[in-house]
Design a protein around this ligand. Structure first.
Ligand code: LLP
Length: 468
């Protein structure tokens, strides 16, 4: 059996289309990056995020190759919000990508990992003065400006920026615009008046007003425009409409000012495959469709081709991540369902709790045993909504089994919390039979490290309550 990416599947009982280097070894265990996941669970404990380095690099290269084949000028910025650690920053850097950051913390992580600042895009709808200062001082490649207030702030802070010759240095920016297309997973809406906290509205005229405001200032180097219409998108149609709206706006700017916006950044959004039912376009198909739409619109409107930028997060990292858990309890409720509880949950993956996101799983130590029992996979938080999968079809599960939840690379570690004072798991990178820690597991000491007890609370005698 071979899946659509040409990967051989070892066994018919496994979910179809396993990502990356995942396979089943001779012991019947799930293997990733040439490493037995059951051994990983023993060695590093669970929960454990496991990242398939070869697949991360493959996805970065798919983006590059697709652009190289189809379009002359482009930048691909990995969206750090999906998953960012210093090791991930290094991989993205080595693969020649750019990096999209959205906070001082992400920017700090990137700079600490020696990511070249000129390849950093700084997004966000409410950057603080401290964050803007960090961006200006480090010399990020683009600040993607979201509001008139932010323009004022940057302008007031850019005053003393100088280039090597002592001339006032202009801040390279893009304007975040809302094209009036909002896309959700399986549908999209076009709205005349956009209801969004992000950016300048094209329809309501504020995008054009922002362009005028920027062009009138000698503090900005207006490189272009930016948008992001949604995430986990399967259809190309909302992107096609967005391309048209963005390029029409670019033409309108040219007509009324003579200024050509050189760069158009379309954000992220391409879907990942979470379950057998998800069949997103490949990176190659998506970029081919995007670039040919850009070429078509530019040709028909007689405008020069822009430099295209994209900011993929999920489509690069989601499928490269797998979370390993140990099953603690199995509880059968006759006539209702059987729950298995694992040693993690919404603290390491809040996506079911937040979005009712679907996942598939398999039992890492029973990967060749037929999957025919229905289970609800619960976490260990004191909250009924702390579920990971409502209906997972698995081999018969016992306490001590290792459950592997697939496609947890994006928006899991990055949205993890310490709810219930549960330490965050470790993350490891696997490749060519070797595993390396990229994030240490948090300890109980880490949990109390920032706690402070005011002296008056220590000095007081305790009141002991007795229960009789
Ligand atoms: N660029 C911008 C400006 C964005 O806002 C986002 C995602 C991206 C790029 C990356 O989009 P991607 O390629 O990953 O779809 N927490 C949610 C996802 C929120 C996405 C927010 N913005 C989730 O877990 O599904």
């Amino acid at each position: 059996m071979t899946d659509e990416r040409g990967l051989g599947l070892t066994s018919g009982v496994l979910p179809q289309g396993l990502p990356g280097t995942m396979k089943v070894n001779a012991r019947g265990h799930l293997e990733i990056g040439g490493v037995d996941t059951v051994k990983l669970a023993k060695r590093y404990k669970t929960p454990l995020y496991v990242f398939d380095e070869a697949l991360i690099r493959q996805r970065c290269r798919e983006y590059r190759t697709a652009f190289e084949k189809n379009y002359p000028k482009f930048s691909i910025a990995y969206a750090g919000k999906a998953f960012m650690t210093m090791a991930m920053v290094r991989i993205v850097e080595e693969e020649g990508l750019y990096l999209d950051v959205v906070s001082g913390g992400e920017l700090y992580t990137a700079l600490k990992a020696q990511f070249p600042p000129e390849r950093i895009f700084f997004n966000g709808n409410n950057k603080s003065p401290d964050e803007i200062e960090m961006a200006l001082r480090s010399g990020v490649g683009r600040i993607i400006v979201d509001s008139f207030d932010e323009l004022d702030l940057i302008e007031s802070m850019a005053g003393d920026l100088k280039d090597e010759k002592g001339n006032a240095r202009r801040v390279p920016i893009l304007l975040r615009v809302t094209p009036g297309v909002e896309a959700h997973t399986h549908h999209y809406i076009q709205t005349g008046r956009e209801d969004s906290k992000f950016g300048f509205s094209i329809g309501a005229g504020s995008a054009m007003a922002a362009v005028m405001r920027v062009l009138a200032s000698d503090r900005f180097d207006l490189k272009g425009i930016h948008c992001h219409i949604g995430s986990q998108l399967f259809d190309f149609e909302p992107f096609a409409i967005t391309v048209k709206k963005m390029l029409d706006f670019r033409r309108e700017v040219y007509r009324s000012t003579g200024y050509i916006l050189h760069e158009v950044n379309f954000g992220g959004g391409l879907a990942a495959k979470y379950t057998e039912h998800d069949n997103p376009p490949s990176v190659g198909e998506f970029i081919q469709a995007l670039t040919s739409k850009v070429v078509d619109v530019c040709r028909s409107t007689d405008m020069p081709l822009p430099h295209i930028a994209v900011e993929p997060g999920r489509s690069i990292i989601a499928e490269a991540g797998t979370t390993l858990y140990t099953v603690g309890t199995v509880k059968h409720i006759p006539g209702v369902r059987t729950y298995i509880a694992v040693d993690g949950g919404m603290t390491d993956n809040p996506r079911y709790a937040l979005y009712q996101a679907d996942y598939r799983a398999l039992v890492a130590n029973k990967a060749t045993v037929p999957a025919e029992v229905h289970y609800a996979v619960a976490g260990k938080c004191c909250e009924s909504g702390d579920m990971l999968i409502m209906d997972a079809v698995l081999p018969p599960v016992k306490p001590g089994d290792i459950l592997a939840v697939l496609t947890t690379g994006a928006y899991c570690y990055s949205m993890a919390s310490n709810y219930n004072r549960i330490p965050r798991p470790a993350a490891i990178l696997v490749n060519g039979g070797v595993s390396e820690v990229i994030v240490e597991r948090e300890t109980y000491d880490d949990l109390v490290r920032k706690d402070r007890i005011p002296a008056r609370l220590l000095a007081k005698k305790s009141v002991v309550l007795s229960y009789h």
